[in-house]
Design a protein around this ligand. Structure first.
Ligand code: CP
Length: 326
């Protein structure tokens, strides 16, 4: 297995099966620190740099919390407009990263351009963690989700997945790549063109990713409605279909946000009448109306555990790429 020390975490396409388990084992080892709200001095001389060119609640703060739990320090920016990359100069990724590498020991970057963290990694002497890039990937989120499933079900192999939402979404691509390493069939349920309103975009899995998934022997199919396929699912992973354009730095909400069509909505009634009793419902959040609030208190929902595991997973990744768990 390749060492994680000094490594970039850019895509789950790069991940081998044993590497997933190495990450999960490390997360399990560090989990008690987060659970007991303790801190350690494992990363006491290390600094995390956050470079967020798009809004975030969970990804940035979970990385920061993880670093603080491990005794490290944090610097960085959450609003690129207040940096030279987001003002008149529009400073390049290269020039920005050639500065940031001297300010810390690892960088987590979120960007509206697909491939921006990979571009940063070309120039950086310290590891780059992809915190979500445009319609590209979101590897740390899907590692969190797989770990959540592993904790809940004690296994990943053999579970059937249904993924519902906008398939242009970066989590969906990381999920497809991750499941190529497991015995997990998956059904993607995304809206076709005009499904939400006249002129709404095609939100089914892009051909580029389907071609990759075929090449990597992912057992996948597509469906038009979650109702058709939910009965078979052990894991239901949901993302919004009403959401901003992830290729923009920021998008303000319009007053007349549309509602999620029932084909892409997980209601309490649907779960009670059609889902397996022990199925797990994941949502990385933020959500719109695709999972109504009354689902939160059902036995299927696992998104608050997912949120907790988001800190644990980032603790594991920081410890690994900074070489503290070799
Ligand atoms: N799930 C997730 O990436 O959330 P944020 O956009 O708040 O980071």
């Amino acid at each position: 297995m390749r060492s994680f020390a000094g490594r970039d975490i850019l895509s789950l396409k790069d991940f081998e099966r044993q590497e997933f388990f190495r990450v999960f084992d490390t997360a399990a080892l560090l989990e008690p620190i987060a659970r007991d709200r303790h801190t350690t001095d494992m990363l006491k001389n290390k600094v995390l740099v956050t470079a967020f060119y798009q809004p975030s609640t969970r990804t940035r703060l979970a990385h920061e919390a993880a670093m603080l739990r491990l005794g490290g320090h944090v610097t960085g920016f959450s609003d690129a407009k207040m940096t030279r990359a987001g003002d008149w100069y529009q400073e390049s990724i290269k020039d920005t990263v050639k500065m940031l590498e001297f300010y810390g020991d690892v960088i987590v970057m979120r960007h509206f351009q697909k491939g921006a963290p990979a571009e940063a990694a070309k120039w950086s002497s310290i590891p780059i963690i992809n915190g979500g890039d445009g319609w590209g990937e979101h590897p740390t989120q899907i590692l969190t989700d797989l770990y959540t499933v592993l904790v809940a079900r004690k296994r990943i192999d053999g579970l059937k997945w249904v993924a519902v939402g906008d398939m242009r979404m970066r989590t969906m691509h990381s999920l497809g790549y991750a499941l190529t390493q497991f015995d997990c069939p998956i059904t993607f349920v995304g809206p076709g063109p005009d499904a939400l309103f006249p002129g709404s975009p095609d939100m089914r899995m892009p051909e580029e990713y389907k071609n990759d998934f075929k090449q990597y022997s992912l057992n996948y199919r597509e469906a038009e409605s979650v109702e058709e396929v939910i009965a078979d699912a052990d894991v239901i992973l949901v993302e919004p279909v009403i959401q901003p354009d992830y290729t923009q730095a920021r998008q303000e909400a319009s007053k007349d946000k549309s509602l999620t069509p029932k084909e892409f909505k997980i209601t309490r009634e649907l779960l009670a009448t059609k889902a397996k009793s022990d199925a797990i419902l994941l949502h990385s959040l933020p959500r719109m109306d695709e999972i109504p609030l009354d689902v939160d208190i059902t036995k299927w929902s696992r998104y608050w555990q997912e949120a907790f595991n988001g800190v644990v997973m980032r603790m594991a990744l920081l410890a690994l790429v900074l070489g503290k768990t070799e």
